[in-house]
Ligand binder design. Structure first.
Ligand code: ZN
Length: 294
């Protein structure tokens, strides 16, 4: 779990950053703040990108990385605005996006997530593809507000539309549209490390990823700033390229399946070879295969 991979986009990604890993040394992690607009920022550390909205109503964050980073994250947030964190919106249940929930929940922040993400958090989470096990979340870490399709927050002069994307990266994904500022946080429906992880055993699917990407594209225009689950700020054009990659891979794998090819044969045919990957390609192919088999 400690191996480093260099993706084609030049970002060093640790496999451990996908999920909670006891082996990770968080002491060396630095939280870097990126300014997106006058009141919207992202925090880069270890784990998913944290989106931040600041203003007179207090701070709202989207995702909170791993628990051992909470103090550093709080320090970075204080430097932006002295007001407390009032809301934490989780894009999904994975530990690299919700691991800090307990620390923010104890401080009084209200955690918001899609219904399915909350129910995943109430039991042990095991991700076989990465042999990653996270115990059931303690009370303070659990979302106190959930939604099925969408919920809207009106804070700091911004309309924050939190929208469910069904069966994409997981079965509890949310994307967040900052309407006035024209900024979208995509969670892990869109990532920039190449082949995405599709958590098929927890409700993810290739078709949901494509549909979810279409939903984000439909919200965006040429000047929309897109915060991916992992990686640097993107544009609608980047998202269109990502969608094309997903569609190409879906067609290749579905095409081979319709010709009666076995999973082993499909893996051997290297359908993903021209795209960067930060984890074993056979994992990606298997997850797509399993989601198409259903
Ligand atoms: Zn994830």
């Amino acid at each position: 779990m400690k191996n480093k991979f260099l993706s084609a986009i030049g970002t060093i990604v640790l496999i451990a950053t996908f999920f909670q890993s006891g082996a990770q040394n968080y002491d060396t992690v630095k939280i870097i703040t990126h300014k997106i607009t006058e009141k919207i920022f992202t925090l880069e550390g270890d784990g998913g990108n944290i989106g931040v909205l600041t203003g007179n109503d207090g701070t709202i964050i989207i995702d909170d990385q791993f628990a051992p980073l909470s103090e550093k994250i709080k320090t970075a947030l204080k430097a932006l605005n002295d007001k407390p964190v009032r809301f934490v919106i989780n894009t999904h249940f994975h530990g690299d996006h919700s691991g800090g929930n307990e620390n923010f929940g104890k401080d009084g922040a209200v955690i918001i997530a899609q219904d399915n993400s909350r129910s995943r958090m109430t039991t042990e989470q095991f991700i076989a593809a990465f042999n990653s096990r996270t115990p059931a979340a303690p009370y303070d870490a659990l979302p106190k507000v959930t939604f099925t399709e969408s919920v809207t927050l009106h804070l700091n002069g911004e309309t924050l539309q939190v929208m469910h994307v069904s069966n994409a990266h997981t079965d509890g994904d949310a994307i967040i549209f900052f309407k006035e500022s024209n900024v979208i946080h995509t969670g892990d429906v869109y990532v920039r490390y190449g082949l995405p992880f599709i958590d098929q055993p927890h409700g993810g699917s290739i078709d949901g990823m494509i549909k979810g990407t279409d939903q984000i594209i439909a919200l965006a225009n040429d000047v929309t700033k897109i915060i991916p689950g992992h990686g640097a700020i993107a544009t609608k054009k980047d998202l269109i390229e990502y969608r094309a990659m997903l569609q190409t891979l879906r067609e290749r794998i579905a095409g081979a399946m319709s010709k009666g090819k076995t999973l082993t044969e499909i893996i051997a045919s290297a359908p993903t070879k021209e795209y960067p990957a930060v984890f074993d390609r056979s994992v990606f192919i298997t997850l797509v295969y399993d989601s198409l088999k259903k």
